[in-house]
Design a protein around this ligand. Structure first.
Ligand SMILES: [Zn+2]
Length: 261
């Protein structure tokens, strides 16, 4: 990736031996990396002289190879699995939290959110209850974006600036509400690297999948093959728009149970 383009990586919960995941459906588990896989990716980045940045740092688009590291949902493994690896290698990251999940089983407790913040990591918002934002009424959008921001800010005692969309779904209203709420950026899960020319409200991110090998990981960080992923992604979004989010999710859960998928 040239100096002016940075790939934003999107992680979720990490798997620790003997610890139950927050959810068990195949559609969820395919985004869950064992902590050792995550560690080997971060170790490869370090060894290859890449920098690992949070969103604010990445938006300065520093020269030299760098990735932006982000986590969605606010699982407890952000603090107990991801943070220790990141600190070991001197990397930062942005943790986008679903405000309404905090303090429930498997997710960060407010004290743990403060701990992540105190360790120097960046905290962002990932809605209140994790709905597809493009499906919501104006009142629901306010709760999911404005109220969620306030809730996290009350826990931290300072403002937050970054928002990520659950399931990557958003529309123009979503972006307007986020902007009015005071979010400086909105990240989705579209397959493109970002640069100074990218809209701050349409930051693309690359989902890290469980079965991604180190070679494929390296290619993604370098921005190779993103166009292929983008085509697949756009085809998927086309089907989602045609059949609706709910039907699509049902179809997907059926398909993912097939042994060959
Ligand atoms: Zn999420």
């Amino acid at each position: 990736m040239s100096a002016s383009h940075i790939v934003f990586l999107m992680y979720h919960e990490l798997e620790l031996a003997g610890r139950k995941l927050c959810q068990s459906e195949p559609g969820y588990v395919r985004y869950i990396l064992p902590v050792d896989t995550f560690r080997s990716q971060i170790a490869w980045l370090k060894q290859s002289n890449w920098r690992g940045l949070n969103v604010t740092q990445a938006l300065a688009y520093p020269a030299g190879p760098a990735v932006c590291i982000t986590f969605d949902d606010g699982c407890e493994t952000d603090l107990i699995a991801a943070a220790p690896v990141l600190r070991e290698f001197g990397y930062n990251a942005t943790f986008y939290l679903a405000a309404g999940f905090l303090g429930t089983p498997g997710y960060l407790h407010p004290d743990q959110v403060r701990e992540l913040d105190a360790q120097g990591f960046e905290i962002g918002c990932h809605s209140m209850t994790h709905p597809y934002l493009s499906d919501l009424s104006a009142a629901e959008l306010k709760r999911e974006i404005v109220d969620a921001k306030l809730k996290i800010e009350q826990i931290l005692g300072h403002t937050i600036r970054h928002f990520s969309c659950p399931g990557g779904r958003y529309d123009q209203r979503t972006l307007e509400v986020a902007c009015k709420a005071g979010f400086a950026t909105v990240a989705n899960s579209e397959f493109h690297a970002n640069s100074a020319g990218t809209s701050l409200y349409k930051l693309g991110r690359i989902a890290m999948l469980r079965d991604l090998n180190l070679e494929a990981f390296a290619a993604l960080c370098e921005g190779r093959g993103l166009w292929k992923k983008r085509l697949q992604h756009n085809a998927r979004r086309g089907v989602q728009r045609a059949v609706g989010n709910r039907t699509y999710d049902h179809l997907r859960s059926v398909i993912l149970r097939e042994p060959n998928e």
